[in-house]
Design a protein around this ligand. Structure first.
Ligand SMILES: C[S@@+](CC[C@H](N)C(=O)[O-])C[C@H]1O[C@@H](n2cnc3c(N)ncnc32)[C@H](O)[C@@H]1O
Length: 279
């Protein structure tokens, strides 16, 4: 890609309509500090434009290409989070680490309620979140931004508990006490669910909308205000919205014109400093 077709640094907030492989090329090498990707899982999900039923080889070849782009656009101390379902979690982890050179810091399991109810197998209630970094010795991890109260403090009232709290486990339930902004007395939901149909947070036009609180934990811990956050599969725009609220710059791609239109509306309706939805 000739240099003149790339965006000048610093790159402002941007949502690009169209294919991520084509549009990520707009970003210079090393431009971003954090990438979060929640790609289609190749499970036949009904998106409005994208066909989510490819052959396994085709899906894996495509995944290799866009994950390599994540590697390219990230700074040397950059971080890449990948959300993925059971079907391809193992293969994409091996691809990202052994083939493409990322180091895996954590394999987080996000346990959610309100998953799809199954009839002849256990109902799925989790997704995989891989925390990859380019350099295992140099990366951003703002531990103090995401500490949660410990059982020692909350349950046992033990004075030896660290008053700053402790780091969350690698199984994320996102109970109210696990949320950075705490929770109000009116909130009685203990386990943070997928953003399901009846929730106030749900925008209603994208079935894969992720909770803002989940992205909040990732963006707070793995980037600084002013950093560039990239999401190649913007969907309903959660990553970009949370980046904006938390004072990060963002660059997102979305294949569907219809979704992209709605993301623009979502982004226009929020401001830096706004409270994250959910809780
Ligand atoms: C699982 S959803 C992302 C949901 C998102 N994390 C959220 O919270 O709303 C995946 C999205 O990727 C989009 N997509 C599929 N292929 C794409 C491509 N080649 N380039 C850009 N977007 C693509 C789909 O249209 C879909 O909206």
């Amino acid at each position: 890609m000739p240099a003149e077709t790339q965006l000048e640094l610093p790159i402002g907030d941007r949502l690009v309509r169209g294919d991520c492989l084509e549009n990520l090329r707009l970003l210079p090498d090393g431009a971003a500090q954090l990438a979060f990707a929640d790609p289609p899982f190749n499970i036949g999900y009904d998106y409005d434009t994208y066909d989510d039923k490819r052959s396994a080889n085709d899906y894996l070849d495509w995944s290799r290409q866009w994950i390599a782009e994540m590697q390219r656009v990230l700074s040397a101390d950059g971080t890449f989070w990948l959300a993925i379902g059971d079907e391809y979690a193992a293969e994409l982890k091996v691809m990202a680490t052994r083939e493409l050179g990322f180091a895996c810091r954590s394999w987080v399991v996000w346990y959610y309620t309100f998953g799809v109810n199954c009839k002849n197998k256990f109902s799925r209630s989790h997704a995989h979140l891989f925390h990859f970094v380019r350099d295992p010795h140099a990366f951003t991890f703002n531990a103090d931004q995401i500490r949660v109260p410990s059982a020692r403090e909350l349950v046992y009232g033990d004075k030896r508990a660290n008053p700053k709290g402790r780091l969350p486990d690698d199984t994320w339930i996102l109970r109210p006490q696990d949320l950075a902004e705490g929770f109000g007395p009116e909130e009685n939901t203990w386990y943070f669910p997928r953003v399901c149909g009846t929730f106030k947070e749900r925008s209603g036009w994208h079935g894969c909308q992720m909770p803002e609180q989940l992205l909040g934990r990732i963006i707070r811990s793995c980037s600084h205000p002013g950093d560039l956050v990239v999401d190649p599969f913007a969907g309903s725009g959660t990553t970009l919205a949370v980046a904006k609220k938390l004072g990060r710059r963002y660059f997102g791609c979305e294949l569907s014109d219809q979704y992209a239109e709605r993301i623009s509306e979502r982004l226009a309706s929020i401001r830096e400093g706004d409270r994250l939805d959910g809780g």
